[in-house]
Write a protein that binds this ligand. Structure first.
Ligand code: SAM
Length: 251
C-alpha cells in the first residue's frame, strides 16, 4: 500500500462538519498532529485508544515536520489536522515541501472554511446576480507579507463579497479603507469561534465594525464577511427563472 501523510481540513470547529473521509482518518490514525489553538478537543476525541496526539501550538515548522517524519518512518499512520480548509492560511506548502524532500507522499483532504460556516449561520448567499458574483478571501496586512497589489484598498474597489481572516487586530484601519468604497450601511457578518460551543455570529453594519470588535474585545479566531449581497433581495438568478432556458430545462 502506498503510505502517505494526510493533511486534513477539519472545518471550523463543530465535529459534525467533518467529512466522512476526515472522520475515518482520525479514527484510524496512530499519530495525530493538530493545531490546538484552532481545533476543539472534541475532534481529537474521535481518535482510537492509544493514538498519540501532538499539539502544534508552541512548535516550529522544523519541529512539527521532524516529528511527522520520525513517526512516519517508524511505520505509523500519521495525520496532520488543520482548522477549516488546509488551502487557506494554513502554512500547508512549507510543510509539504519538507515532507516531499524527505520522500514522503502526502494527500490533502478539504474541509469547511470559516467564511462558509459564518455565511451559513446567517443564511447568506454571497453571490447575487448584478450585485456581486465574486468572493474575495483575504486578510488585513500584518506581520505576514501582503503583496502590494493586493492591498485592501485595491481589493475593496471591486465592491464584491469580501471575507477577512486574521484581521481583528487591524480592524480599525480596515474599516477606514473599506468605507472609501462600500456604503457605511453595508452588512457585515462578524463570527467569533463560529460553531464552537462558545461561538457566535452577529450581523452589523460596516460603519460599526471597528467599535463592535473593540467592545467585544475580539483579537483572535474572528471572521468578517463584508458584502453588498447580504440582506439584498432585489435580484433573482437565471437558474430557476421560468423565462430562462438551459440544458436541464428547455421548455
Ligand atoms: C490561520 S487561519 C486558518 C483559516 C482556516 N484554514 C479556514 O479555512 O478557515 C485562522 C483564522 O481563520 C478564521 N477562523 C478559523 N476558524 C474560525 C471560526 N471557527 N470562527 C471564526 N473564524 C475562524 C479566523 O480569522 C482565524 O484567525
Amino acid at each position: 500500500m502506498d503510505r502517505k501523510i494526510s493533511f486534513i481540513g477539519v472545518g471550523p470547529g463543530d465535529p459534525d462538519l467533518l467529512t466522512i473521509k476526515a472522520l475515518k482518518k482520525i479514527e484510524s490514525a496512530d499519530v495525530i498532529i493538530w493545531t490546538d489553538s484552532l481545533i476543539p478537543e472534541k475532534i481529537i476525541n474521535f481518535a482510537q485508544e492509544g493514538a498519540e496526539t501532538i499539539k502544534t501550538g508552541s512548535l516550529t515548522l522544523e519541529k512539527i515536520t521532524s516529528i511527522m517524519i520520525e513517526k512516519f518512518n517508524e511505520g505509523k499512520t500519521v495525520i496532520r489536522l488543520q482548522d477549516g480548509d488546509p488551502c487557506l492560511f494554513g502554512a500547508l506548502r512549507e510543510q509539504i515541501e519538507i515532507l516531499t524532500q524527505n520522500k514522503i507522499g502526502i494527500e490533502v483532504i478539504p474541509g469547511v472554511s470559516a467564511f462558509q460556516i459564518a455565511a451559513a449561520y446567517n443564511e447568506a448567499e454571497l453571490t447575487i446576480p448584478n450585485i456581486t458574483q465574486t468572493i474575495i478571501l483575504t486578510r488585513a496586512g500584518g506581520r505576514t507579507g501582503m503583496p502590494e497589489k493586493e492591498s485592501l484598498k485595491d481589493l475593496a474597489k471591486h465592491n464584491s463579497s469580501l471575507c477577512l481572516y486574521l484581521s481583528a487586530r487591524h480592524i480599525k484601519s480596515s474599516q477606514e479603507t473599506l468605507l472609501e468604497f462600500y456604503p457605511p450601511e453595508t452588512k457585515v457578518i462578524v463570527g467569533y469561534r463560529v460553531s464552537w460551543d462558545d461561538g457566535w455570529t452577529s450581523l452589523i453594519e460596516l460603519k460599526d465594525m471597528a467599535k463592535f470588535t473593540l467592545d467585544k474585545k475580539l483579537i483572535r479566531t474572528t471572521i468578517y464577511i463584508i458584502s453588498p449581497a447580504i440582506c439584498n433581495s432585489t435580484n433573482r438568478s437565471n437558474l430557476y427563472n421560468p423565462s430562462y432556458k438551459h440544458l436541464f430545462r428547455n421548455n
